[in-house]
Design a protein around this ligand. Structure first.
Ligand code: SAH
Length: 345
């Protein structure tokens, strides 16, 4: 069956014609899927019953079931656990800011990158998400809350560049005029640093923000936290970042999760400054969110502030990621893991 929500409008028009339907039907269906956010063909009331039946036989229509929602009492952040059609579970997060609603989506079920501090990767990769399944996370949340989603970050479970073709199609569908039309400037994709894909993305000349999970300033240290560092050096990463900036004009965001006593020392700050000073960039400091499977500890508030001050003194633009939803398993993959554990008991 064809995954209809992952099709471009041109592809759907062609397919409608192939089954003897008028091309304008594609436009109608498209509007139902990507603007009215219909959850099934049955909602598409301006199509004939016969066409709706044909569609059900010909196409797969993805939609998510809410398995669980947790709302933070501290900041209103909502964490959604969604069930996919095959029963797999994924997490998405809604964060409410003054400038609008931001949704953090997953790009894979699980992850195979193996970062030491991350809960999403503990059971490895289950499968890639389809473009439709990435869109569905945003569509479901907008539909449930009745509020417009204005920003999207691909920073949930999974490595988006390990699912590159689906990611590109998702970005195209999310920003298209016939859909939610979210500005590319309001979309951020975070990667642990798959250099060839970073370079490929630069060639697309999109206006999205690229975020790089750096987390360490030497290859030796990075290898201890992130297995991908065995494949690509920090030098290669920096070159790919410069290339992205040159080709797109978009400044890079560097994510740096502060782990107490591991990467938050004076020396780390000095090295980070030396590394980033030549670049036009932004640094997002994330106090590591401890997960119970690992014994990493968060840097103390003083250490985090001191680290930030050092960067700022050297004119490196920097923010501390607000710990949204700390009371609701805010860290990647924690809710899914806990849900699975509880269902096994
Ligand atoms: N695979 C992508 C995107 C998913 S993770 C990537 O690596 O960038 C989003 C960010 O959260 C990454 O910077 C990741 O390293 C970080 N992260 C994961 N688990 C974390 C934890 N327990 N505490 C702090 N940051 C974490």
């Amino acid at each position: 069956m064809i995954d209809i929500k992952s099709m471009t409008l041109a592809e759907l028009k062609e397919d409608m014609e192939a089954i003897g339907e008028k091309a304008f039907r594609a436009k109608q269906i498209y509007e139902w899927m990507h603007q009215k956010l219909a959850r099934s063909f049955d909602e598409m009331t301006n199509l004939s019953a016969a066409l709706r039946e044909t569609c059900k036989e010909r196409y797969e229509y993805t939609s998510l079931q809410v398995a669980r929602v947790q709302t933070s009492a501290i900041d209103g952040t909502q964490k959604y656990l969604f069930a996919l059609a095959d029963g797999n579970l994924i997490e998405s997060v809604l964060m409410k800011y003054k400038h609008g609603n931001s949704v953090c989506i997953s790009s894979q079920v699980g992850c195979r990158m193996g970062c030491a501090f991350c809960a999403s990767t503990i059971d490895g990769l289950e499968r890639n998400l389809k473009p439709s399944e990435m869109l569905d996370q945003i569509y479901s949340i907008q539909k449930i809350t009745g509020e417009r989603v204005s920003n999207v970050v691909v920073m949930g479970s999974g490595e988006p560049f390990d699912n590159y073709d689906n990611l590109l199609r998702f970005l195209q569908l999310l920003s298209m005029e016939e859909g939610l039309h979210i500005s590319q400037r309001n979309i951020t994709v975070s990667t642990c640093g798959l250099v060839p894909k970073m370079r490929e993305l630069a060639e697309e000349k999109l206006q999205i923000t690229l975020a790089l999970s750096l987390h360490a300033t030497t290859d030796e240290k990075r290898k201890k936290l992130m297995p991908i560092a065995n494949k690509y050096s920090i030098g290669e990463l920096m070159e790919a970042c410069s290339d992205y900036f040159e080709k797109t004009g978009r400044r890079i965001t560097f994510e740096y999760s502060l782990v107490g006593g591991v990467n938050d020392t004076d020396e780390d700050a000095r090295e980070l400054i030396a590394l980033l000073k030549p670049l036009n960039c932004h640094v997002n400091l994330i106090p590591v969110n401890p997960i119970k499977e690992r014994d990493f500890v968060q840097s103390g508030t003083d250490a985090v502030l001191a680290f930030k001050n050092k960067l700022e003194k050297n004119k490196i633009n920097c923010t501390i990621r607000r710990e949204m939803g700390r009371d609701i398993d805010g860290a990647c993959g924690q809710l899914r893991r806990r849900h699975k554990e509880q269902s096994l008991q």
